[in-house]
Design a protein around this ligand. Structure first.
Ligand SMILES: Cc1ncc(COP(=O)(O)O)c(C=O)c1O
Length: 378
């Protein structure tokens, strides 16, 4: 017991240090109007509850095992086929989360003999995937193809060179020049990995993502389903040989229980609906983005962002927390984003717009934001 007690003292000290730096994280129950989730098409407001109520499934509820043992089933197979044809791939493989998909891709496709070029602001799941694979990790400046090219010119010899980036960045609400990236990859004989987390469903033709136009030139695309698709898990879209390699070697796929079957059944309905009927939600989302951005234009530093993710730069972590608390007290759920997710001086509020936000909600948030920014001080 002695060593447990000492360890708890150590953890309590760590907690105090985090609190002093205003970096301690807490779990908050949802409260106020949702301007922080990733449910950009508001599917959890009405669409998914209705499908869920009407879904008749008489088979097993749990998957009962990993996909390679007893967990393989019709709903997963069908889902992967439906998604592949929607997104424009020869096939796809479903993982239990975006994080698991990234680690799976890293464990199956990267090795210490490879060099990987990562956008400086890449999501932690992809950075962890590179780190765990033992491949050489190189950073290029955020969305800066010139910097990437300079670094590619000086790269170390490698079995394979990969460029890894996102189509729409989750904290900065901006995008790389994908056509330029594809050209660079061809010039320097690189493979490309693209994460479409915040674009799939919400952006691109029919919500197919921003990489839809360059799909055949991208080696591997990851599509997390916890954002606009409203659920969880992630597809990897790629050539069948790559998907086979993932089934052989992706550790997060091989050594993990497949999700309950309700998930692929619901997701299939979302993907089918995207292909036909969710156009109106995307149009409404674009309209909300246009309206809200025009209202806050002179109010806040949104760092060259566009689209439904709006960073409001607060400065320090403390000021970001204060702004978030002020907005919460006015009935708005807007969260502070602090280090290590973003650099300290770029701590921010992250406003995430949805198709289901009403004109009045957007207007009220704009006014609350104005009041909070002036009462939080510089
Ligand atoms: C760009 C990006 N990739 C991957 C993920 C991880 O996806 P998941 O939440 O399904 O693990 C996220 C989630 O925030 C993300 O923003």
């Amino acid at each position: 017991m002695q060593s447990n007690r000492k360890y708890y003292e150590f953890l309590a000290q760590e907690k105090e240090t985090q609190k002093e730096k205003e970096l301690f994280r807490e779990l908050h129950l949802p409260q106020g109007i949702d301007f922080c989730s990733n449910d950009s098409l508001s599917l959890n407001k009405d669409f998914l509850p209705e499908i869920y109520r009407n879904l008749v499934h008489r088979g097993s509820i749990g998957s009962t095992g990993s996909r390679l043992i007893r967990g393989q089933s019709g709903p997963f197979e069908e889902l992967e086929n439906v998604f592949a044809s929607f997104a424009g791939h020869e096939g796809s493989l479903y993982f239990s989360s975006g994080y698991a998909a990234a680690l799976g891709v890293g464990s199956a496709l990267f090795s210490p003999a490879d060099q990987i070029f990562c956008d400086r602001l890449l999501h932690a799941s992809l950075l962890d995937a590179v780190r765990l694979s033992g491949a050489g990790k190189n950073y290029f400046r955020h969305n800066n193809l010139e910097d990437l090219e300079n670094k590619l010119k000086k790269r170390k010899k490698a079995r394979h060179t990969w460029i890894v980036t996102e189509s729409y960045f989750s904290m900065d609400g901006d995008s790389p020049d994908l056509a330029g990236l594809v050209k660079l990859a061809a010039t320097y004989d690189c493979l490309l990995l693209l994460d479409e987390a915040h674009a799939i469903g919400a952006m691109g033709p029919l919500g197919r993502g921003l990489g839809a136009q360059v799909r055949p030139d991208v080696t591997v695309t990851i599509y997390p389903c916890g954002k606009a698709l409203g659920l969880c898990g992630a597809f990897v879209g790629a050539h069948p040989l790559i998907l086979e390699q993932l089934i052989q070697r992706a550790r997060s796929f091989v050594f993990s229980t497949a999700p309950p079957l309700i998930i692929p059944l619901l997701l299939k309905e979302v993907v089918l609906a995207l292909a036909k009927g969710l156009e109106e939600r995307r149009r409404q989302l674009a309209e909300n983005v246009r309206l809200f951005r025009s209202r806050i234009q002179s109010l806040a530093d949104t760092r060259g962002s566009y689209g439904h993710i709006i960073p409001i730069i607060a400065g320090t972590a403390g000021r970001a927390l204060k702004l978030s608390a002020l907005l919460r007290s006015e009935g708005f759920d807007v969260r502070a984003i602090r280090p290590p997710t973003v650099p300290d001086e770029l701590s921010r509020l992250r406003i995430s717009l949805q198709s289901g936000h009403t004109d009045a909600e957007l207007n009220d948030l704009e006014q609350a934001l104005e009041r909070s920014l002036s009462s939080a001080g510089p």
